[in-house]
Design a protein around this ligand. Structure first.
Ligand code: PHE
Length: 449
């Protein structure tokens, strides 16, 4: 190992890596999107589709990213550049994408902080929770301050380095998150009528096969959800993979991360949906679900403000472990390429993301008149990253690995230290034929949806 590589830092153990990568995967996507999308797109059928796509799409793409990272020991841009100069752009898509995602992800992280503070000081969200939330996000100062605070906290962890910051924080945060989630699942499942929420999530709803469009919608939502939820196509697993030791088993790591992410998605569903149904609400997508319906429920539940505090702490832990990975992708590029000092780079980047995020936050209030193709700045950032950069980045990764760099190199990296690549044949078919076609479909349909 060269001196430069030794200085980059590394995860101290496979379990440290798995927790950090699972921390990246488990995030707002699991908590506010999965329960709603699953319930509304066929329940049990969606979940079967989700498992299937996790296997045929999630596993090969995540493993490929991890292999590229560990093989090169470099950040996303450096890694592709090392393997083939012409494909450097794939790494650049990841670094730019991570920068943009964090600019708006941290706004939502800031909202979560605000709700935690509100619960700490006595939780008064007024009579109309929807109006309270809408007024809050549209106001010019408070959400910006919380957004900057959230980014600042993220930067503090990332400046401490890979093993001293990200790994340490993940080793504490993921178990804490899991315990909170289990506690809240128990609370939620013991509410009257909780079973209605469980049914909404799990009972296969044959309505989705009513016509071709509902069926294809279900399949598309499942694929799209897999992508965002597993943090694919954004250089995350390349960057984190570059810090894994050579004796770590990459295939086992992949299954663990995907398994944990899926488990947490299902558990989130079991927290949110039974509570929503028990109190007679209709589940909604996005921010409305956790920032309006959930506080309304906790207000009437006995000891609700304690559960509210625990719930938002859970969301905070999920969000910050994801944002650490996003910041690390961008920081690692500058550290590797220009040998800049980690502390300095990380804070400069956080400030830059903070500034972009300020505009995105204001776009829900004073700057709401600034729109691009009908979308405000916040939604435009989401569109660019989720609908364009992520699928393009992942598509190019499959083509690069399957046809340019070559599967033999992947096999050699996975099999280092005598590890076995049991499903190599399946992997090669998936990465060359199935995954690129599916990702292409998500991309095209996503643009028109
Ligand atoms: N996977 C994270 C979530 O579910 C979001 C994320 C996407 C993080 C892409 C990093 C990269 O919320």
């Amino acid at each position: 190992m060269s001196k430069q590589q030794a200085n980059r830092g590394s995860f101290s153990s496979s379990i440290g890596f798995i927790l950090a990568a699972a921390g990246s995967a488990i995030g707002l996507g699991n908590l506010w999107k999965f329960p709603y999308v699953a319930g509304n797109s066929g329940g049990g059928f969606f979940i079967i589709a989700y498992f299937l796509f996790a296997l045929i799409l999630g596993v090969p793409v995540m493993l490929s990213e991890m292999v590229i990272g560990r093989n090169t020991n470099l950040n996303a841009i450096g890694a592709f550049q090392r393997l083939n100069k012409k494909w450097t752009f794939v790494g650049a898509i990841g670094v730019i994408g991570a920068f943009l995602i964090l600019s708006y992800y941290s706004i939502v992280g800031g909202w979560v902080l605000k709700y935690i503070f509100s619960y700490l000081i006595g939780a008064d969200f007024g009579a109309d929770k929807v109006a309270y939330f809408n007024n809050f996000v549209a106001s010019p100062v408070e959400p910006v301050i919380f957004h900057l605070l959230f980014l600042g906290l993220t930067a503090c962890v990332v400046t401490l380095g890979v093993s001293g910051g990200i790994e340490k924080a993940s080793k504490f945060m993921l178990p804490a998150l899991f315990i909170l989630l289990i506690g809240l699942v128990i609370r939620s499942l013991t509410l009257p009528n909780a079973i209605e929420g469980v049914k909404f999530l799990f009972v296969p709803n044959t309505e989705v096969f009513k016509d071709a469009s509902t069926t294809s919608n279900m399949l598309l939502s499942a694929m799209g959800q897999i992508f965002f939820s597993l943090s694919l196509g954004m250089g995350i697993m390349v960057t984190y993979g570059s810090y894994i030791k050579k004796d770590s088993n990459l295939t086992t790591n992949t299954f663990f991360i995907i398994g944990l992410d899926t488990l947490m998605a299902l558990l989130s569903g079991l927290v949110i949906l039974p509570a929503v149904f028990s109190f007679g609400y209709e589940p909604a997508a996005g921010p409305g679900l956790i920032f309006s319906i959930i506080p309304a429920i906790f207000e009437i539940m006995p000891f609700g403000s304690i559960f509210g505090l625990l719930f938002f702490t859970l969301v905070f832990l999920a969000a910050i472990t994801s944002s650490m990975s996003l910041l690390e992708v961008v920081s690692a590029y500058f550290i590797d390429t220009y040998k800049w000092n980690r502390k300095k780079v990380t804070f400069i980047l956080a400030i830059a993301m903070g500034i972009v995020g300020i505009f995105a936050s204001l776009s829900m209030g004073p700057l709401s008149h600034v729109t691009i193709g009908g979308l405000n700045i916040f939604d435009t950032l989401g569109f660019i990253t989720d609908k364009l950069l992520m699928p393009i980045g992942a598509f190019c990764t499959t083509i690069f690995v399957g046809y340019i760099w070559g599967l033999n190199n992947v096999k050699a990296e996975v099999e280092l230290n005598g590890m076995k690549f049991y499903f190599y044949r399946a992997y090669s078919i998936l990465i060359r034929y199935i995954a690129p076609v599916l990702i292409f479909i998500i991309f095209v349909m996503g643009l028109f949806a």
